[in-house]
Design a protein around this ligand. Structure first.
Ligand SMILES: [Zn+2]
Length: 926
């Protein structure tokens, strides 16, 4: 009861729970309850009580017992007025007289009112011809009275279901449109906000620079002013000092001049005295002597006076010199005064400047405030951006959800439509084509190598052809149904189906299970270098005939660099020849010396990729960064390969298997080693790339290397084939480019059989590596991989299998995009011929001892047994298919018989003319 209630409340959701992509599965009973509920909500208009038969009333009763809401009206006129007023899920029109005219006019009138209306014709008289006519004129179905409840339930139920699913699809699509437009608005809003933000940031930066410039100017002015002030202060103090000195000198000079004048006066006086003294000396002796003594005395005094005078004279001269010096000093002072005056003017100017700076600083403060306001605005913008982004993400996930719903609904619609079409076709005479059982088997065998998705795409594409007859259409739709039912892995063919369709020997079967599917799917049974000459001619590598075994490894390194250079990649991504050479040298050193997975193989794959780009025309679908990514991926795709495959690592529970959880163990390891090498700072060949370019090339390389895992083969090929069925590949589409890079690398990795040289040599090396692994498996007590056991292996068969199941389908698909690779298909054909010749020659018994001979006999016996078993399997498949066909055949034979009877009656009616027509009418009127 609780479940019943849940289902009813779920009705509000736009999708029935059974098809809800989030909800997962739903039990049949719940589904039935769901549809019962939908039937209860569906109104059915039954028209035709005026035909005077009980058929319409009986049908109405049947339908209401089935849970439909039924409205019963007399005739078409009443029905039309009801249709104009309310909505009916189905209109059931009773046709008394089967005839083209009547039925078509009713259909036409009803469809004019509502083109979507489901009109079902209820024929009182059964007639295959009119049935087809009504269906072609747009009737949803044609039923015949009396209507059995099961028939009413299934056929009207399908119409109601389709109707319901269509309306759901419309609702979801509308919602999707609304969400998409909202998303567009949000995105443009986001762009606006981002642009505004960028502008604000730019303005802010400009302002900041201007402020810094002005600040520097102010600092410079301040320093100058300080210096000038200091200078003028020192000048001031020296002026004061000098002024004092001058005063002192002046006073001294005055005193000296006074002294001199006095001395002069004294001197004159003494001269006069001397003259006076000279006169009496002429008078007498005594007197003369006396006078003489006196004179001597006077003379002495004069001499002293004279000395004094002389001394004073020196002092005067000295003073004069001091005065002169003072005059000089005076001149210096005048100069200094002038300098001071000029400094004063500078000071005034500086003060003016300071004023200007102050005003600028004030302005700057205003700008700073403005900037802060802008920053706040920016933070606000960022916040709204984050919100918008979050909303966009939410919208996008919602859109994805809706897309999922739409896909589910489309599938459901296609399924129901095909079921309906199948029913119609069963009524059509064209159906009775002879023995289609055989054709169906052939189709089954053919389709077993394709994945479900490929089958569906092919069938739906073919169904679009308007010229297709119903039998073909039926077959196609049956194929679609089979494909949908067959698998969870929509892109991978079912391995068991392949085995059923074409009998394979045990070893090949096990190999396909083992090698071509992921280990996780398998049932576990038990559980600095020298730089060589860079100027090698790159054109030697520009051929499919390039023989990698003709060159030593150092030469191959130089040739690798040459290929990068030839494609213009070194120049384009700013890599020097030396850096590239060092990198390739490091790559070479990182490959081990396995028989097959070594540097020579890496070079071979790289050169094949190079050829596919240059000669195969792949360049047109990729951009230079992809060319670079493809060659780098090819060069690195088997780095540090240990010579043991993924299955070995998983079975042996190796360290690597633990690190990568058994998923593409080696491929993950190759990627990891590659990027470790690339990120070594000395030889970083990707250092010239921008961050986004680095991200892109990393994505390309990782995805390409990971798809070299053989267990990814069918998934990749299936996707590629499905993509081939739609529009042309586009260089603008990143997904397309990625897919092409993946396919090119995978194809190059298995290209040994697609090239004209060394087919056998590569095979031998590869086989040697396999056998070594087989030895190791035995040694470790692990189950030995199929074909890897030295004592029980078949190189020829494995090589043929490899071409038939792997490389040929891959290259066939690839050639559809790159027609120039047709040459590879031809070489592959030659390789296959070579191996099949080998297989013929090996039929000759080898020289063996008795023991070996006994073994051989046993082996032959086992092969015979296997063959019988395989035949038995095929027979079983055939009989199962026949059993499945049996009910249909019975149905067909019943219908055949019925039609024969009808034809006979009709022939009779033609012979007996009007009488029988009358009888018919009478029958109707009754
Ligand atoms: Zn490889």
């Amino acid at each position: 009861m609780q479940r019943h209630y849940e289902v009813r409340t779920n009705r509000k959701s736009s999708i029935p729970p059974a098809y809800d992509v989030r909800g997962g599965g739903m039990s049949f009973s719940n589904l039935e309850i769901k549809w019962q509920h939908i039937r209860e909500l569906t109104k059915i208009l039954v028209v035709g009580t005026a035909t005077f038969t009980s058929a319409p009333a009986t049908v109405a009763k049947t339908l209401s017992t089935l849970g439909y809401h039924v409205v019963l009206v007399e005739d078409v006129l009443q029905a039309i007025s009801r249709i104009k007023e309310e909505k009916f899920g189905v209109v059931l029109v009773t046709i008394a007289q089967p005839g083209k005219e009547q039925g078509n006019s009713v259909l036409e009138r009803m469809k004019q009112i509502d083109p979507e209306l489901n009109v079902v014709m209820l024929s009182l008289r059964d007639s295959s011809e009119t049935t087809l006519l009504y269906l072609r004129s747009g009737a949803a179905d044609v039923l015949s009275a009396p209507l059995a409840p099961e028939v009413a339930q299934t056929r009207l139920g399908s119409i109601v279901e389709i109707n319901y699913l269509k309306s759901e699809l419309r609702t979801v699509s509308n919602e999707n449109q609304i969400v998409n437009s909202a998303l567009g608005e949000l995105k443009s809003e986001q762009m606006e906000v981002t642009a505004a933000r960028d502008q604000a940031v730019r303005q802010n930066d400009l302002l900041r620079t201007e402020c810094q410039r002005q600040n520097a100017l102010i600092r410079e002015y301040e320093t100058t002013i300080r210096k000038k002030n200091e200078e003028s202060e020192s000048i001031d103090s020296s002026v004061i000092f000098l002024n004092k000195e001058v005063d002192r000198w002046k006073a001294e000079a005055t005193t000296l001049a006074e002294t001199n004048r006095e001395l002069q006066r004294e001197h004159t006086l003494q001269k006069e005295q001397l003259e006076n003294l000279k006169k009496p000396a002429l008078l007498s002796g005594n007197e003369a002597a006396f006078e003489l003594a006196k004179q001597v005395e006077i003379n002495n005094a004069l001499v002293a006076e004279n000395r004094k005078l002389k001394e004073n004279g020196g002092k005067i001269v000295q003073n004069q010199a001091l005065l002169d010096e003072f005059e000089g000093l005076k001149k210096t002072l005048v100069k200094r005064d002038k300098k001071i005056a000029s400094l004063r003017t500078i000071e005034v100017k500086l003060e003016e400047k300071e004023e200007t700076i102050k005003s600028i600083t004030k302005d700057w403060g205003d700008e700073k405030r403005e900037r802060m306001a802008r920053e706040a605005e920016l933070i606000e913008m960022d916040r709204s951006l984050t919100i918008a982004t979050r909303r966009i993400t939410a919208y996008e996930s919602h859109i994805n959800e809706l897309k999922g719903k739409i896909t589910t609904l489309c599938w459901r619609l296609a399924l129901l439509s095909s079921e309906l079409t199948q029913r119609y076709v069963l009524n059509a005479p064209e159906f009775w084509s002879a023995s289609e059982e055989g054709a169906e088997m052939v189709q089954k065998v053919k389709s077993s190598m394709s994945s479900p998705a490929e089958n569906i795409t092919q069938a739906l594409n073919a169904a679009n052809n308007p010229d297709m007859n119903p039998t073909q259409l039926r077959k196609l739709l049956q194929q679609v149904l089979d494909s949908i039912r067959s698998s969870n892995n929509i892109y991978r063919p079912s391995v068991t189906q392949m085995f059923e369709a074409s009998p394979l020997d045990d070893m090949t079967q096990r190999w396909m299970e083992w090698e071509l599917t992921s280990p996780l799917e398998n049932q576990n049974p038990d559980g600095d270098n020298d730089v060589v000459d860079l100027n090698l001619d790159a054109t030697v590598t520009s051929t499919w005939n390039f023989d990698v075994f003709n060159y030593e490894e150092p030469t191959l390194v130089a040739l690798t660099v040459g290929m990068f250079r030839e494609l213009g990649l070194l120049k384009k991504f700013s890599i020097t020849g030396n850096t590239m050479t060092r990198f390739v040298e490091d790559v070479r050193a990182s490959y081990r010396t396995n028989p097959y997975h070594n540097f020579r193989h890496a070079f071979d794959v790289t050169q094949t990729c190079f050829m596919m780009l240059k000669e195969g025309g792949a360049m047109n679908y990729l951009n230079p960064l992809d060319h670079f990514g493809l060659l780098m991926a090819a060069l690195c795709h088997d780095l540090d390969h240990p010579g043991l495959n993924n299955n070995f690592h998983c079975a042996a529970r190796s360290k690597l298997a633990m690190i990568y959880n058994d998923m593409s163990v080696l491929e993950n390891h190759h990627c990891c080693v590659a990027f470790k090498l690339i990120n070594k700072s000395k030889i970083n060949v990707l250092s010239g790339l921008s961050a986004s370019q680095y991200q892109e090339i990393r994505k390309t390389m990782v995805s390409a290397i990971l798809t070299t895992d053989m267990s990814q083969h069918f998934e990749l090929l299936g996707k590629f084939n499905t993509r081939l069925g739609t529009a042309e590949f586009s260089k603008e589409n990143a997904n397309d480019r990625q897919m092409i890079v993946q396919v090119l690398l995978h194809a190059s990795d298995v290209s040994n059989v697609a090239k004209p040289v060394n087919v056998r040599r590569w095979s031998d090396l590869c086989f040697e590596e396999f056998l070594c692994q087989g030895d190791k498996e035995k040694e470790m007590g692990l189950p030995v991989s199929p074909f890897f056991d030295r004592k029980n292996t078949d190189q020829v068969k494995l090589s043929l299998n490899f071409i038939d199941y792997l490389t040929h389908p891959l290259y066939s698909s690839l050639t559809k995009v790159l027609p120039k690779l047709e040459v590879c298909l031809n070489w592959m054909k030659q390789s296959r011929e070579y191996w099949s010749k080998q297989s013929e020659s090996e039929v000759v018994l080898p020289q063996v001892d008795k023991k070996e001979a006994a073994k051989f006999v046993q082996k032959t016996k086992r092969a015979a047994l296997e063959k019988t078993a395989a035949e038995h399997r095929t027979e079983t498949t055939r009989s199962v298919a026949a059993d499945r066909l049996q009910p249909k055949r019975t149905e067909i034979s019943v219908l055949k018989e019925y039609l024969n009877k009808r034809t006979t009656t009709r022939e009779k009616s033609c012979r007996s003319g009007p009488q029988l027509i009358y009888l018919d009418r009478k029958l109707f009127v009754r």
